[in-house]
Structure formats: C-alpha cells, structure tokens
Design a protein around this ligand. Structure first.
Ligand code: PHE
Length: 376
C-alpha cells in the first residue's frame, strides 16, 4: 500500500543520507588522457594503492573521486571547480603539471578547500596561498641539483639548455639550472621549443655548433624523447640530462636507444628510499601491480597519506581544519622522505634523486642523491 511504500522509501533515503555523511570525499585531479597521460596513470596507481591500504579515517570511509583534466589547462581549472561545486570534496589531490596546478589551485584557494599537489614543482604553485601545498621539492632545488650534478659529477663546462616555453615548469626549471650552473663557473647556450613540437633539428644544429658537453632538456617525456633521438642522429655524443618530467615508460618507447644513459633528477627510486613507509610501499606496490613503482606513484601515495594524517590530527574532516593541519605537518614518515611542510610556503624540503635511463631494460637505474643540505 502507498503509505507503507512511502515509509520504506523515506527509510531508505534516511539510511543513504547517513551513509553518505559517513564518508569523506577526496577529489583527485590528474591528466588521465591527452599529452601527458602517463603522469596521470602513474600517480593514480600510487593514490589508489594508498587508499586500498588506508581506506578509512576517523572511523569513516574515504571516497576518492577521480577527475581527468585531459592534459589541458582549461580542464585543469574546470575539474577542480567540479570537484568542489558538484561533489563537495573536503580536499583535493592534484595536479601534476605545474601549469595545471597554477590553473586549478586558485579555485581551491578561493573556496578554502585544501589541495595537495603530488608533483608540481614550480614555486608559484603554492606562492601566496594558504590552501595549496605539496609533497614534492621545488624547482630551485631541482635545478640546482641538476647543475651541481652536471658540473661536479659529469664535469660539464658548457651545457645547451632546452626550454618548453609553454610550460611554467620548464621555464622555471631552466632558469634555476642556469643560475646555479653559471654560479659554479659553467657556460650555457639557451634554446626554446613548444609542447607538441616534433622537429628540434634547427635548435639542435645551433646548440651543437657550440660543442656542449651536455644537453639539458626541461619539459615532459614526449618532447624529451624526440629531442634526444634527433640529437643523437645529428651526432651528439655528450651527456643528456633532464628533470622529473622525463620519467615515464614512454621515454623508452618513443626515445629508443637514444635515451640510454640519460640522467634525470627525480623524487624517488626504490634503491634510494630509506623510510620504513618506503619499504611497506614498495612491497605492496610490487604485489599489486607486478612492477617497480615510479616516482609519481610514490608521490601520489604520499599525497594521500599526508591528507589522511592531517584529517586524523585535525580530528575533523572540515576543510578549514584539514588545511590548517596540512600546514602543521612535521616529520611525517612518507615514502619519498620525511616530510615537514613549511607553514608559510606549503613546501617540504627534500633530497633530490638522480636516475640514469637504461634503454636496454627500459627502466631507470638509481645513480645518486643530492641532499637538500648540499644545495643550501
Ligand atoms: N614537476 C613537474 C611539473 O611541475 C611534474 C612531474 C613531476 C612530472 C614528477 C613527472 C614526475 O610540471
């Protein structure tokens, strides 16, 4: 009868609303498709593993809601807005490319929703913000580490620096490298390209005429791989050097033998990780996916863990309380290091890992660690 039915329906609605209130929604904004989709895929592996291992906080289920920014700046902003307006998330993990975090971050900031970038390294991403923080080092460190490594470890005196002028990440990283490399006494030749470029021979011809000991490409794996191929085709025999944006399996599928021996600065390598959480993560990751974890997987894992830890310390899933607790993070045992978030900047200070690309085995070998102390 009608009355009974309505009663049952009301009961269901009531039960569902209680259940919904009992879960904590975290938005995840990543480039799952498009130009740098490898970054999104790798980061998501780490975040979902963390969620599987730590699915609850304050006795409530954590629900992850994934948004694809399609590797585009406008979508990077839209996705953050959708997570907040439509899904009412209490926190956001994202994004990867600095230009994407620079597009989405201001929306999180305006809405007072804490956002933790796993991997955006440009200083401007958190600058002047209270709600946007990150678990990775920033590019003044990364660029200086690459410069020190090039000058001291590789003995490079002249470096050709290639910058993707469409990426805030690349523009910043090149600048920080050049500043440090010159300070060390090195010489630099600067060249420019754009995301999506296929032909680098004009710039390479100019670069090679200066006989550089190394080519340093800041940018992302599709262009780094192509540029490396063309550099070798033009007879370049020196060192190839890149930043964290080089680390993807596609570096090998696009770059082939040309990327063998390429050095890159990054955030994590199983062989360089020392914390107890790193051990736990490594074993769980290999068991889950049957392969070694990437730096982005480790950073995604850490971003999730950091937010859960902040919620726990805050004793609340209120966005304001979470944001405050994130900025109070101290000596947090993560996979990529022990993380203390600077209250003012939202940045941790961490060591830089150097990897060497191994084209034969299509993997990245651990090469060195440049400690944050050394870079001060
Ligand atoms: N640091 C890059 C950026 O800011 C993103 C990135 C990090 C890519 C780690 C790959 C690995 O744009």
């Amino acid at each position: 009868t009608m009355r009974k039915l309505i009663f049952v329906l009301l009961l269901v609605v009531f039960a569902v609303s209680i259940f919904v209130a009992e879960e904590i929604k975290i938005g995840v904004v990543l480039p799952m498709t498009g130009g740098i989709s490898a970054f999104g895929q790798m980061t998501w592996e780490g975040i979902s593993l963390a969620h599987k291992m730590y699915p609850t906080v304050l006795g409530k289920e954590v629900k992850l809601i994934l948004f694809d920014n399609r590797s585009e700046k406008t979508e990077a902003a839209n996705a953050v807005a959708r997570a907040i307006d439509k899904e009412h998330v209490v926190a956001i993990i994202g994004e990867v490319a600095s230009s994407h975090s620079l597009a989405g971050g201001p929306i999180a900031e305006k809405n007072h929703i804490p956002m933790v970038s796993p991997a955006s390294t440009n200083p401007m991403v958190t600058q002047g913000k209270r709600y946007v923080s990150r678990v990775c080092f920033i590019d003044p460190f990364q660029g200086a580490a690459a410069a020190v490594f090039a000058f001291k470890n590789l003995g490079a005196k002249t470096v050709a620096v290639f910058t993707d002028i469409e990426q805030d990440y690349s523009v910043g990283l090149s600048k920080f490298f050049v500043d440090k490399f010159k300070k060390l006494g090195g010489k630099v030749v600067s060249l420019y390209y754009r995301t999506g470029d296929q032909d680098f021979t004009a710039q390479l011809t100019i670069a090679l005429s200066k006989n550089p000991d190394a080519i340093y490409v800041t940018g992302y794996y599709p262009e780094i791989a192509l540029l490396s191929r063309q550099a070798r085709q033009l007879g370049f025999k020196g060192y190839l050097l890149a930043g964290d944006g080089a680390e993807a399996p596609e570096l090998f599928s696009i770059g082939g033998d040309a990327v063998d021996g390429l050095f890159l600065t990054t955030h994590y390598h199983p062989k360089g990780a020392a914390t107890s959480m790193a051990k736990k993560f490594y074993d769980a990751f290999v068991k889950e996916y049957g392969k070694d974890p990437s730096a982005l997987a480790a950073l995604g894992f850490d971003a999730y863990l950091l937010i859960i830890d902040a919620i726990k310390r805050a004793g609340s899933a209120d966005p304001e309380a979470i944001a405050k607790a994130i900025r109070e993070t101290e000596n947090f045992e993560a996979v990529t290091g022990v993380i203390t978030i600077e209250k003012e900047t939202g940045n941790p200070i961490k060591d830089v890992v150097v990897d060497k690309a191994n084209a034969k085995e299509k993997k990245f070998d651990f090469a060195a660690i440049v400690s944050a102390q050394e870079l001060k």
